[in-house]
Design a binder for this molecule. Structure first.
Ligand code: HSE
Length: 435
């Protein structure tokens, strides 16, 4: 059987998991790929550190060039993360005719257009299944399984840390900051937890999913991003009373007006399957015109779950080592010269329903003032809760609106917040029916 030598850049959690799974499942992987896949070299910052994998037979180095300049290595795994030196190392490996597999979502989202072009120029593959939703084969599903469809929209829980935090807030009534600390102690959060809780990590993944869905170049800067740090246990509880769960969703939708790409906390009806995806698990719903709604669920992180995706990419490459790259599955699922720039909608032009929570003075006529302004702006109320003050005189009014263009809602809220009876800025969270 043909031997394919693999070099690793990064021997941390995902690198270690990849070495372990390649070793443990070597027979199945050979039977599927037609090759014996052997890791021969690995670059790590500290080569004496204790590892989760056995490194027998792997030459360790602290110099990444030892890996990418090795003429015997055909596939380089970039599992170090970050922007540089990862980007330069990938470009160098591609220019030497090596295939590259990466789990680096930030790099693909921000520089994927350039990196995919470099791969094509060098007749090799840059594969990235592990960059989105860990072990879920969502890239495979979108590029191949759904290729008959016009994708209408997709919505995903694509950051496990954020989902863990919201789940704990709901189950235990804990405050955001306390659960974030717990998530960090459990090792879920990114090195900079802002990436998880402010939605940047999810925005990286959403940007890639949107390009896969609609056949457009990557455009990370245009993803509207809002985090979960402002969500309170009170809103989680009131959402439940209304029959909803709050999830941190990435949503991409295409309409005649253009494409929306947005990451924000979202109320979802509790009966939707995705509303019941809890803890660190990820899930993506993709709606195609032919197939309807499809749901992909699984672990979004973890050593062997992510290794599962890395190795699936290795197997694909092994099967096509002698195939010209323009005859393999295109990087974003559409032939590269068929990618189209599509108008991207600013968030002000996006239409969604809203959950509003208003802190109001508990006196006659307050509701009339609020509903009049909503009506004047063409916004109707779908559901309402009113909570009497526990202490003092401030009551909570919770409203669910119909679907409204965001700038219309902002105009209405400006009027509502200027009423004497309104005590604090309104809390507003978007609502998606996901149907
Ligand atoms: N920090 C990420 C998450 C890891 O929580 O989902 C996987 O990208």
């Amino acid at each position: 059987m043909k031997v394919v030598k693999v070099g690793l850049l990064g021997l941390g959690t995902v690198g270690g998991g990849t070495v372990n799974v390649l070793k443990r499942n070597s027979i199945e992987i050979s039977r599927r790929s037609g090759c014996e896949v052997v890791v021969t070299k690995a670059c790590a910052r500290n080569i004496t550190r204790e590892r989760i994998c056995d490194t027998d037979g792997i030459q360790l180095t602290t110099n990444p060039n030892d890996v990418i300049n090795d003429p015997d290595i055909q596939i380089v795994l970039e599992l170090m993360g970050g922007d540089e030196p990862a980007k330069s190392l990938i470009l160098s490996a591609l220019s030497q005719g090596k295939h590259v597999v990466t789990a680096n979502k930030a790099l693909i989202a921000s520089h994927g257009n350039e990196l995919f072009a470099a791969a094509a120029d060098n007749n090799v593959t840059l594969a990235y299944e592990a960059a989105i939703a860990g072990g879920i084969p969502i890239v495979k599903a979108m590029r191949e399984g759904l290729s008959a469809n016009k994708i209408e929209w997709l919505a995903g829980i694509i950051n496990g840390t954020g989902n863990f935090i919201l789940t704990e807030m709901r189950d235990k009534g804990s405050a955001f900051a306390d659960v974030l600390k717990e998530a960090q102690e459990l090792g879920y959060a990114e090195a900079d937890p802002e990436y998880d809780v402010e939605g940047i990590d999810a925005a990286h993944k959403l940007c890639i999913l949107a390009s896969l869905a609609f056949g457009m170049p990557l455009n990370f800067e245009k993803v509207y991003t809002e985090g979960i740090s402002t969500i309170t246990p009170l809103d989680v509880t009131y959402a439940e009373e209304l029959g909803y769960r709050i999830k941190h969703l990435g949503v991409a939708r295409k309409s005649d007006a253009g494409v929306e790409m947005r990451v924000h906390p979202t109320l979802i009806p509790e009966k939707r399957l995705i509303a019941n995806v809890d803890g660190v698990m990820n899930a993506v719903v993709v709606k195609g015109d032919a197939v309807g709604s499809t749901l992909y669920y699984g672990p979004g992180a973890g050593a062997e779950a992510t290794a599962s995706s890395v190795i699936a990419d290795i197997v694909d490459i092994c099967r096509q080592l002698d195939v010209p790259s323009d005859k393999t599955v295109p990087s974003l699922g559409f032939i590269s010269d068929q990618l189209q720039e599509i108008a991207l909608l600013p968030i002000e032009d996006v239409t969604t329903a809203f959950y509003l929570r208003l802190s109001v003075e508990d006196k006659p006529g307050v509701m009339a003032g609020i509903t009049t302004i909503l009506a004047e702006n063409g916004i109707s109320i779908e559901a309402m809760l009113q909570k009497e003050p526990k202490h003092g005189t401030t009551a909570q009014v919770i409203l669910l609106t119909n679907s409204v263009v965001e700038k219309g809602l902002i105009a209405a809220l400006k009027g509502i917040e200027s009423l004497d009876s309104i005590k604090e800025p309104a809390i507003r969270i978007r609502v998606e029916s996901l149907q």
